[in-house]
Design a protein around this ligand. Structure first.
Ligand code: AHR
Length: 328
């Protein structure tokens, strides 16, 4: 059974849609923990900025339905203030668990302390917070973004092994202040710093969107006379950049090599056409694990503080074979 309810979370322009999904019939709206084994999760999602995000939202909503969990879903439209309002609303509604994917890393302590005071456990999904107080959340489920940045650079190092000419790189960063942007940048930088031929000439945010990725790449193409490599922190920005490169009369994947992160179907298609050279996988299908985790937390069972997602790296020769089985 799928039921929708609209809730006004705050004054102003923010329109937040709360949807309640229940696999088992009666919704558990507003019921806090207690003896019941029904669970209500308040889930604050970053937004709908990318194909990855759409797949992540679907995974969480489908998994809640399957697990008979009531899900109050809120889309923050990439704004931290919307997430804070949503979390406060979840506290008021006395949900059993709050789960959220923080748009940026900093600035969460106050609202997380409010959740703690209300005795509502918080699970971080996908992205981390930089809070020093580890008691403010029970677990963090998601990828290792530093590792993803390192894997992206490992490919580059291998690709240019034995060559000594400078390699001019431009970087499309994710949302400023977000964990994936910070970590993918630092992981990549850590690996390439060992070899002075790798030069990051320009690095700017494309906010994880296709439109912004295209716009920033157009600016890079105008300001940089020679670009050998584009490192994009996600597929959507890489796909936007491909349009900019083609419109500039260059061949993506050949004139400018492209390294991307995520592994959405459109990127696999672009890879199988030779337009992206390598994709480091970031798995958005976290829904089932999140439901399992929430059930354990509700029962008072101990859970791991950090649960890492398993991921791979895909090159062009693997793309065509992997494409039909991509789920997102
Ligand atoms: O937090 C995960 C990142 O957020 C994904 O790489 C990106 O596509 C999304 O917007």
């Amino acid at each position: 059974m799928f039921k929708r309810a609209a809730a006004a979370l705050a004054a102003g322009a923010m329109a937040v849609v709360l949807s309640a999904c229940s696999g088992g019939g009666a919704a558990n709206d507003g019921a806090a923990g207690g003896g019941s084994d029904k669970i209500t999760i308040g889930f604050s999602q970053v937004g709908a900025e990318s194909g990855w995000r759409t797949a992540n939202t679907k995974s969480v909503q489908d998994a809640a339905k399957k697990a008979g969990v009531t899900l109050k879903f809120s889309d923050a439209q990439q704004k931290q203030e919307n997430q804070i309002k949503a979390i406060r609303s979840f506290i008021q509604q006395k949900v059993d668990i709050i789960a959220f994917s923080p748009v940026v890393e900093s600035g969460w302590d106050t609202v997380l302390k409010e959740a703690k005071a209300a005795k509502i456990p918080v699970i971080l999904t996908d992205r981390a917070v930089d809070s020093q107080d580890e008691s403010l959340y029970v677990s963090f489920l998601g990828s290792d973004f530093v590792e993803e940045g390192k894997r992206a650079a490992d490919w580059l190092v291998k690709e240019y092994q034995g060559k000594s000419d400078p390699v001019n790189i431009v970087q499309l960063e994710g949302t400023t202040g977000s964990a994936p942007a910070n970590d993918r940048k630092s992981g990549f930088a850590d690996v390439i710093k060992g070899d002075p031929k790798f030069k990051v000439l320009a690095s700017q945010t494309g906010d994880f969107t296709r439109a912004k990725g295209k716009e920033v790449m157009q600016a890079f193409l105008k300001s940089q006379p020679k670009i050998d490599v584009l490192y994009a922190h996600n597929d959507d920005m890489a796909l936007g950049a491909i349009q900019a490169i083609e419109e500039a009369g260059k061949q993506p994947g050949k004139d400018i090599k492209i390294i991307s992160i995520d592994g959405v179907k459109d990127a696999f298609t672009a890879m199988s056409q030779g337009k992206i050279n390598v994709v480091v996988e970031c798995n958005p299908l976290l829904g089932d694990q999140l439901m399992e985790l929430a059930k354990k937390v509700k029962k008072g069972e101990s859970v791991e503080r950090r649960i890492k997602t398993e991921e791979g790296v895909f090159t062009q020769d693997q793309a065509a074979a992997a494409l039909p089985s991509r789920q997102y």
